[in-house]
Design a protein around this ligand. Structure first.
Ligand SMILES: [Mg+2]
Length: 200
């Protein structure tokens, strides 16, 4: 069994991270409503979110130059460890890094920085950062490990909707939500059971 995990809002509490940088910016004089507005605008561009680029945009728009200084970025990123989803990490860590793959969507540099500073790069055997759909990367993982059951944990329905689940027999998907960790636990239990059975 291999576990393929999304990062934002699965292994990492991204919304809490946003609250954290909004508070830091507020202390520097940026109204939280302005942060929200510029955040929405940044997202609307469709370009993967990068905190560095976002801080530049905020500094220019508000004329508060300090926002773009490296110490502000550092202070925000230092918070990453706090936003790890420890409950999920505790559950999946025993499977060993060789059975864990992270498949995330976003800006490569920013995603890698968040991973390094929260769960650590060594948490997974492979970290894949895609810009658009996760379909191709996931299907390749399923093909490369066709003897294993692949469990893909994702919080965004759009990344599950375009998968060809009927034709990829070794793929199980979990929409990570309110009962996220419980669902992952169930799927792991079910598939470990299958694996054991086959051995007899
Ligand atoms: Mg996500």
């Amino acid at each position: 069994m291999k576990l393929v995990l999304d990062f934002d809002e699965v292994l990492f509490k991204t919304r809490e991270m946003k609250g954290h940088f909004t508070r830091i910016l507020e202390r520097l004089g940026v109204d939280p409503r302005m942060t929200e507005l510029l955040y929405m605008k940044h997202r609307e561009t469709g370009i993967p979110f990068s905190l560095k680029r976002f801080l530049w945009a905020v500094a220019i728009r508000t004329d508060i130059g300090e926002v773009a200084e490296p110490h502000v970025y550092e202070e925000i990123m230092k918070g990453c460890a706090t936003f790890t989803n420890h409950e999920l990490v505790r559950l999946i860590k025993p499977f060993g890094r060789e059975n864990i793959i992270i498949l995330t969507n976003g800006d490569k540099e920013y995603q890698m920085e968040k991973i390094k500073r929260s769960i650590g790069e060594d948490f997974a055997s492979d970290i894949i950062v895609v810009k658009g759909s996760k379909k191709e990367a996931l299907h390749t993982i399923c093909k490369n490990h066709n003897k294993s059951q692949i469990i893909f944990v994702e919080d965004q329905p759009k990344f599950l909707d375009d998968l060809d689940v009927d034709n990829v027999k070794n793929l199980t998907t979990i929409l990570f939500g309110m009962t996220g960790v419980e669902d992952v636990k169930e799927a792991i239990k079910k598939h470990s059971h299958h694996t054991k059975k086959r051995k007899h």
